[in-house]
Each structure stands twice: as C-alpha cells, then as structure tokens.
Design a protein around this ligand. Structure first.
Ligand code: MF3
Ligand code: CO
Length: 262
C-alpha cells in the first residue's frame, strides 16, 4: 500500500520524524534532484541573465524530472527558487529587473517536491570573477556548513552544529545570521528539529538515526543583522555588507551522517 504519512511510532518524544529505509530511499531521490538542478544552473549563470530566467530554468528542470517546486504556493511565495544576490542574505525573489553583472555573487535555493518528499539545497554562484573579499566569504561559508555537518551523528546534540558553524565563521571573522535556521524535512517542508547556526555544543535535542534536516548557515562580512524588505520575503543585511549561504539536506545514519544533496 502507498504510504502517505508517518506512522505514529516514527515520531520520537521530541516530535521529530525518524525515517525508515523506504522513506530514506525516496528522500535520496528528491535530494538528488535538488543537487542536479543546482548542477544544471552552473552553465547558465552569466552576465546579462536575469534571476527570473534562472528561476524558469529551475522550474522547468524540476518539472521535467517529475517534481513540483515546493516553494510555489508556500505561504504565498510564487517562484520555483529563491535567488539572493550580494547583500541579499536569503529568500530573494527572482525578477526580470535583476540583471546579473560581472562580480555579482548569488545564492540559488531549490526545494523539489518529488513523490511526496522534499529535497532542499542551495549553493553560491559567481558571475565571471568576484573580488578576493567575496571569494573568501563564499569559501568560509561552505567550510562552515561542512563543519556543522561534520558533527552530525547519533547521540550528538543539535547545538553541536551551531557551535561548529560559529567556530568556522571565526576564520573571517564573519557574522552568523541568527534569524533564519535549518529545519527538519521529509514529507513536510519545514518540520522539527530546529537547526540553529549559532548554538552551544551539548545543548538541544539528541540526534537519532533516521532524522533528516537541513544545515544552511548564512554568513556576513559585516554585522549579521538583517532586515526584511516590504515585499515580505527579501532578507538583506542592515549594513548592506555581502552575505553568503550554502544548504545541504543531511540524514543521521547509524554511525554518522549522509549528505543527501551532494
Ligand atoms: N528553501 C528555503 C529553505 O531553505 C525555503 C524558503 S521558503 C520560500 O527553507 F518560500 F521562500 F521559498
Ligand atoms: Co531549507
């Protein structure tokens, strides 16, 4: 029989879903599609392209592979991706008014819904060549995400992730945005647990095999203080300093973790 929901015994005492082998197989497919979508985009990010054109490429690719972009209709959001350029931290809205220029840095975030399961990943792209300052921010943000993922294992605590991200961000030193966090994901787009990118090691829920969540830190060159524009979505740095973000969806395995969106 087709399963369409978690069984009650799959939800742990903290309300966190624990995915079984079938669930994980389905999540591998949704997450692989997120990764393939971001791979596909790399050839299309160039001077003169609009963020709306990149969004259309994401939407077509996801639909051609049997998925629906989970962001369309999510809390009134209308696009297949979020595209956040330069000082836009996250949730940038694709538009035909934003024409990419040499040196721009941008995050593209996609969330395909495939056969009832959500994948979620984002990466940074550079238009032509960027400044050394921007390059170092991007590289450190990726390293911070990977440092957060590296501590994911059964028996670890959710706060271990934010502690590792913060420590990696000190290499800047860069700010780490607190207002937007990673999340459990699976049948539901945004589920428990919360994944804070600023946290204390040894605090928070205990990680268990079968948990799936995102790690998606946002780092800033200046102060990590953000503002939401009147469109209700676009998050920018208050001081207009550059920001970068990467996101992977991660499974807790019996002896560590597996990155599902590689
Ligand atoms: N992919 C984003 C995340 O990481 C989703 C943002 S919701 C949207 O959770 F509606 F803005 F797309
Ligand atoms: Co996410």
């Amino acid at each position: 029989m087709l399963k369409t929901a978690y069984r009650p015994e799959q939800i742990n005492a903290c309300g966190i879903p624990l995915h079984d082998a079938d669930d994980i197989a389905a999540m591998r497919r949704a997450c692989a599609l997120a990764a393939r979508t971001l791979d596909m985009l790399a050839d299309h990010v160039r001077e003169g392209v609009t963020t709306l054109q990149l969004d259309a490429l994401c939407e077509t690719f996801m639909r051609d592979h049997g998925a629906v972009p989970a962001t369309i209709g999510y809390r009134g959001y209308r696009h297949a991706s979020c595209i956040s350029v330069n000082h836009v931290v996250t949730h940038g809205i694709p538009t035909d008014r934003q024409v990419l220029r040499p040196g721009d840095i941008l995050n593209v975030d996609v969330s395909p819904l495939l056969d009832g399961w959500h994948g979620d990943s984002s990466r940074m792209y550079v238009v032509g060549e960027c400044s050394d300052t921007a390059r170092r921010l991007i590289d450190t943000t990726h390293a911070a995400m990977m440092a957060g993922i590296a501590v994911v294992r059964p028996g670890g605590r959710m706060g271990d992730i934010g502690a590792a991200v913060m420590k990696a961000a000190l290499a800047g030193p860069y700010g780490v945005v607190r207002e937007f966090i990673g999340h459990g994901i699976g049948r539901v787009f945004h589920a428990p647990p919360e994944v804070h990118h600023v946290a204390r090691a040894g605090t928070g829920e205990r990680m268990e095999p079968g948990m799936i969540f995102t790690v998606e830190p946002m780092l800033t060159i200046g102060k990590p203080l953000v503002r939401i524009l009147p469109d209700g979505w676009t998050v920018v740095t208050r001081d207009r300093s550059l920001s970068a973000q990467f996101e992977h969806t991660v499974l807790v395995t019996a002896d560590g973790h597996e990155i599902l969106t590689l």
